[in-house]
Write a protein that binds this ligand. Sequence first.
Ligand code: GLC
Length: 556
Amino acid sequence: MSKQWWHNAVVYQIYPRSFMDANGDGCGDLAGITQRLDYLAGLGVDAVWISPFFTSPMVDNGYDISDYRGIDPRFGTLEDFDALVARANQLNIKILLDLVLNHSSDQHPWFKAALADPASHYRDYYIFKKPAANGGPPNNWRSIFGGSAWQLDDASGEYYLHVFAKEQPDLNWENPRLRQELYDVVDWWLDRGVSGFRMDAITYIKKDPSYPSLPPDGPDGLADLSPGTQTRPGIGAFLTEMRDTVFGPRNVFTVAEATGVPPQQLADFIGDDGYFTTIFDFNYCDIDIQPGGIWHARSGHTVGQLRQAVYESQQASLAVGQCAIMLENHDLPRALERYLPAGLHTDAAAKALGTVSMFLRGIPFLYQGQELGARNFPWENMDQFDDVSTKDQYQRALDAGHSSRRAFELVCLRSRDNARVPMLWHDGPGGGFTTGRPWLPLHPDAPARNVKNQEQDPTSVLNYYKKLLALHRGEYCALFYSGGFEACPHKDEGVFAYLRTAGGTTILVVANISLQQAEGVFPQGKVLLGTHRQTGMRTGNTLALCPMEAVVLRCE
Ligand code: GLC
């Protein structure tokens, strides 16, 4: 494939509600993003993915869309959007939108029409089923946000399916007219100047047509709905059609939230002939909890297990294509607390972890605040949370027998709101985020961990991230994107070390994510970047690493 802009890109994710508020209503907006594009250009990002800002009742913070072509008034207007694209173009920053095509809001006109008139053609845009023989829901699937995945439509006596909240009815991709409507939406935004899309929950669009009940896996008698709804046989026909109809002809970048893709199907999803340009590598994001996504089921993982998962994930995509590499997003608590044990939640660890992540094979994605070394929020009580999932997971922890105090502690570790509290720009009132009352509380870190302070401090996480991005976009960008990956074994579980190679050039990335000194025999070379002033200290072949030291070097 010829060279594309994303081959050396670093993408930055913006959660618009919490990034920058230009009009003082406490909620971030598009004009605020435009104001801060210069900051992003200075950081060195090539593209931004903006989480949804479309018209929405905000049950799931914009992932419930009631008008795919409208801007929610909280975020501004279409003119604001056009101004954002225009400024981004001047700065050579691509704009990626979040396409939520598995479900709409229950306030979408299609769904309202479907409810108002079961004979309308809009009824078949959604998934309505008759009750089971006992009059209850058609099967025992549990929604991802808790409770039955079926909601009764009183008027008709039928149930509709919602994989997520009941206010997010699933769209029926079996209906060709619905699919065409969605493709028209994509075209409409492409015509407005966007360069690509992040595809929300896209592996859920094909359901098991027999809608079987599954073996219950909880005291509620319900079952995880993934086997009936995720990466189902036949999904490839939908994804191929979408690629060939809207993305392929306009050379659009797509990154999919494609959970549940088994390794043997990875080649269908990414690579030159994949359904998407790339998909997120989620293989180690949830390493702190047990498989199944239940927050209170902690895994008690070690740093060594994290290292192993990172290496295995890199190996899995090697022959196939590139994944989107990320440490954080809007659905995850902050990386330091999620990946590393207490005692290692420091700025030094943020730099070391950032180094390990940035030079993995694939396309790096950063999430707002990650470049400041952001920490989880010190929550005080359940009333502070906004996130629909946090409330559900709290209830699940109680149902599993945890005390209310313990259930609260457990959701604090995992709440999606940890990453959704406002971005901190300076230490003045409102953290520079707003002149009003912020929709989620400001982090008490504001006086120390904000953009302005970190810009002035040469040793800050932010200034280190600028160096990471500068190295990434320099002469080795092709090597970082698609060069070989080889892990270097090391007896200390905190020592992450790998080689990246292409065209006779080898780069060594090594980080000692621990509180002990470490040393190892690694290739010699020229230091390109390091966390420590006298980085890359050697005695003969032996490289000595301080606690939390990371080094990137070009091997001789
Ligand atoms: C994706 C989004 C998440 C949202 C869900 C439902 O997982 O990242 O924030 O709640 O889809 O749209």
